[in-house]
Structures are given as C-alpha cells and as structure tokens.
Design a protein around this ligand. Structure first.
Ligand code: ADP
Ligand code: MG
Length: 316
C-alpha cells in the first residue's frame, strides 16, 4: 500500500464545511466573499528527508519552502506558519542555524511564524502553512480541460541528481561538471517556489500542482485522476543538457523534489505565458497537451518513450 492508497483507505473523510478537503496541494476554507484560506502541512523526518549531517540552515529554509510551494500551487499567497519541532537535544549551534534559515525563507516570502510545538523526540520538522487565495483565480488540480497545454515553470532533475549522485554509474558521474554539481546541490537544499510568476500568471492558468514527487507521478494527479490523459514531449521538458547527453530522462522525470509548478492553460494563452516566463527569466516551457485518452504518452524525438516507474511514493 503506497501513501495515496493509505490516505484513501483510512483518511478520506468527506468534507463537511471546507470548500475543498483532501486531495489537492492545500485545503480551502471560506475567508470572505472574495478569498479562501489555503491550509497545508508538510514534514521532514530524520533519515528519510535529512540526515544528522544536513546543514541546519538549509533545513530551516527547506522546511518552510516546501510548504510555501503547496500554497503557490493553489495560486495563493503564503501568510502564516506554525512550526512543530521534535529534537533529541536542544543544541544551540544547530538551533540557531536552523532558525536563521527558516527566518531567511520567511522573510523572502513574507511569512509570519505564529506558533508551533516543541518536543523531545525523533528529529522531525513539520510546518503548517496558511495562505490566502483569490476565489476567482484559485488553481485546483481538478480544473484541467481537454486540449489544455501543459507547462513547467522551470527545469527539472537538479535535486534528484544531487540526492541520487552516489547511485549514478561512474561513467555517467564523471561527466557531471562541478558547476552542475553545485546547481544540483543548491536546488536540493534551497528550493525556491515560483510565487511571483504564478501570482502574475494565475489568471491565464486552469490548474496547477507543485512537483514534490517527480513530474511523471505528479502529472497523474492532474490528468488521470480527473479522467484525462496527456501527451508529453520529452524534448521540450526543460532540463540540464547532462540529462540528455547521458540519456538520464528517467531521473529528471521521476526523481522528485523539484518544487517547481506544473500547470495547464488554454492554448490561447500560450504567448502571454511565454512572455511572462521571459519577464521572470524563468526556464519554463510548454511540454505537452491534456488529452481525453486516459493514459500518459511520452514522446522523445518523435518516438514513444516508456518510463519504468512514475515517481516517488512513501511506502511505494
Ligand atoms: P503534497 O505532496 O501536495 O504535500 P500529499 O501527496 O502529501 O500532498 O497528499 C495528498 C493529499 O492527501 C493532500 O490533499 C493531503 O492534504 C492529503 N493527506 C495526506 N496525508 C493525509 C492524512 N494522513 N490524512 C488526511 N489527509 C491526508
Ligand atoms: Mg503539493
């Protein structure tokens, strides 16, 4: 049973008064005539998401950034955070670096830490985030339409290249430049959700999801789950040229932890979206179309391309 089967089997309680409950990047609750609150929680655990030697500054940054990413994916503005922290010992140097990273991320995205919980226990960092979303521009996973174009806000694969580095065969590994190694590390430890771009683009977009578990798996949540499919052109997917030269498409598409946004939009908005991407100096691109085929077809240089897996699953 993977995480999604588990949630469905045990926790898929029906919504009573929430405008949107389980199943999207964040839940939506009425705030006023024009806005929803968007609420989400994400956790990083020792030995699963980080290790004893992980830099605490970046852990502080990342634990908030992965939550901001879910609010961005709803078309929202992140506002407030609650931090639940479990640690074995209160170590001053670790805590001050962690707090510094958390504060830097909170400052960049204008998020206020308004509460939390501190416990002795197996190291774990859990943040609950609350944001505002304009009702008229909310980006739900289920608002996809047939023939929508599918877009990515930026390149994928960097973070996966970093955390899978030791599993990459030596002959491919030796072609990884120091510069690429540095970018891969930076992407993994310091994700930067594209808030500014999505805020400007949201009125042009139908639906969106943030990429935490890998493009291939997350794409299924907005297509197959809604009874649609997709045609994806791997040549169009923005990624570092190393992935193409080494034929490592699978790592870029299924590795995960990209924290970019995958979104769909009507064809008529193509030019406007492209200009916005340029304006924000983002390497995003249109990568395919939503189809009514109920399957996802990948194409590379005009030939069908088959992935052997689709993405990361806890317990998968
Ligand atoms: P994301 O990757 O965007 O953080 P997840 O894949 O973790 O989302 O979760 C998918 C959906 O299931 C979300 O709407 C989330 O709120 C919900 N969910 C996850 N775990 C639970 C749980 N234990 N109980 C209820 N809902 C859950
Ligand atoms: Mg998400």
């Amino acid at each position: 049973m993977n995480e999604f089967d588990l949630i469905n089997k045990y926790f898929n309680f029906p919504s009573i008064s929430a405008d949107l409950g389980i199943g999207d990047d964040a839940a939506l609750i009425n705030k006023n005539k024009n806005e929803f609150y968007a609420i989400s929680v994400d956790t990083l655990n020792l030995n699963h998401h980080f290790t004893k030697t992980s830099d605490p500054y970046y852990l502080g940054w990342k634990s908030l950034a992965v939550n901001i990413s879910d609010i961005v994916a709803m078309g929202g503005m992140p506002k407030y955070a609650l931090l639940s922290l479990s640690i074995l010992e209160p170590e001053d140097s670790w805590l001050s670096k962690f707090a510094k990273g958390l504060r830097a991320c909170a400052k960049k995205y204008n998020v206020e830490l308004i509460g939390g919980d501190t416990n002795k226990g197996s190291p774990s960092i859990s943040i609950t985030i609350i944001g505002d979303v304009l009702k008229k521009n909310v980006l739900r996973r289920d608002q996809v339409e047939i023939n929508d174009e599918i877009w990515l806000t930026s390149e994928v694969g960097y973070a996966a290249l970093h955390f899978q580095y030791n599993n990459i065969p030596q002959k491919n590994r030796q072609t990884i430049s120091n510069c690429l190694k540095k970018s891969a590390h930076e992407s993994f430890v310091k994700p930067i959700p594209p808030l500014g771009f999505i805020q400007k683009a949201k009125s042009l977009i139908h639906s969106a999801i943030d990429l935490s578990d890998g493009l291939a798996g997350d794409l299924q949540h907005i297509t197959l789950k809604n009874g649609f499919g997709a045609k994806i052109y791997i040549d169009k997917i923005p990624m570092h040229k190393w992935f193409r030269e080494n034929n490592f498409y699978e790592l870029a598409l299924t590795g995960g932890e990209d924290y970019q946004i995958l979104f769909t939009a009507p064809v008529k908005n193509n030019h406007k979206i492209n200009s916005l991407l340029k304006k924000f100096s983002m390497k995003g691109a249109m990568i395919g179309h939503v189809s009514n085929k109920k399957s996802i077809q990948y194409e590379l240089n005009g030939q069908p391309f088959h992935l052997s897996k689709d993405g990361f699953r806890h317990f998968g």
